[in-house]
Design a protein around this ligand. Sequence first.
Ligand SMILES: Cc1cc2nc3c(=O)[nH]c(=O)nc-3n(C[C@H](O)[C@H](O)[C@H](O)COP(=O)(O)O)c2cc1C
Ligand code: SF4
Ligand code: SF4
Length: 254
Amino acid sequence: MIFYYSATGNSRHAAKRLAAALDDTAVSVLDCRAESRTSFALPAGEPLGLVTPTYFMGLPTLMSDFLDALELDVEGEPYVYLVATFGNFSGTTRAMTAKALKRHGIRLAAAFGVRMVDTWTPWFDVSDRERALRITREADTRIDDIAARIRRREEGSYRLRTGPLLEARAIHALWRRGRSTAPFSVSDACIGCGRCARECPSDAIRMSEGMPVWASSTCAQCLGCLHRCPVFAIQRGPRTKRHGQWTHPGERVG
Ligand SMILES: Cc1cc2nc3c(=O)[nH]c(=O)nc-3n(C[C@H](O)[C@H](O)[C@H](O)COP(=O)(O)O)c2cc1C
Ligand code: SF4
Ligand code: SF4
């Protein structure tokens, strides 16, 4: 079983590609949450995979909430691996996952990193389509390599590119405390389709007179609303407009 969280399709694509290569099943943690499913039975000998983006040098809140609530019925010690997707540095994502699993008595045996397009567009530019597609093709090669390592039940860390861990911990803790929706805005280009409100995993957006309004002061900061808007009407701060939108071309997201 492979559990994945994904806002813009990168991690979903990685999970699906791994599932196809390993003859396994990829399950969205957002679907589990919608169905209030927290208990799962893992057949003996079956590996457990976790695929997640990196958010500010650590685990996205939606993935760590899922891991905190997870109840796993399993015989013996399963082979458990993490695949962290990231744009630059995965920071403490492995350490946070290992800690969350340890609380349930589960050992994280392996952690793999896959560099993909960085969707944090308040800082990073995804507008060069050729570059983004090149990164995406290279990621597929890495995912196939990781599948081979999982088949061999390799342990340890591979291609995680953590960066300095002390700083990563501080950056992640600060980000968790913030996560304000105040920087979001919507332009007149909005056609009132309501997609952003329907698909927000934090239920932070409400439609009012045909336009989205941020009804919660904080959210998961996944940027799904910004990247999936059909007319690119949502921005977060002054730079996202020129940095462009990204959803993985192989995935229907949302
Ligand atoms: C809120 C947020 C924070 C992010 N922080 C990091 C980060 O600290 N390091 C990094 O390398 N990439 C970071 N990224 C980029 C994502 O980890 C990367 O693009 C990931 O593949 C997106 O996965 P998804 O398309 O499955 O949602 C961040 C993206 C978002 C939306
Ligand atoms: S997804 Fe975009 S166009 Fe649709 S309601 Fe939201 S902002 Fe408006
Ligand atoms: S408001 Fe936008 S960025 Fe925040 S959780 Fe909802 S979809 Fe994600």
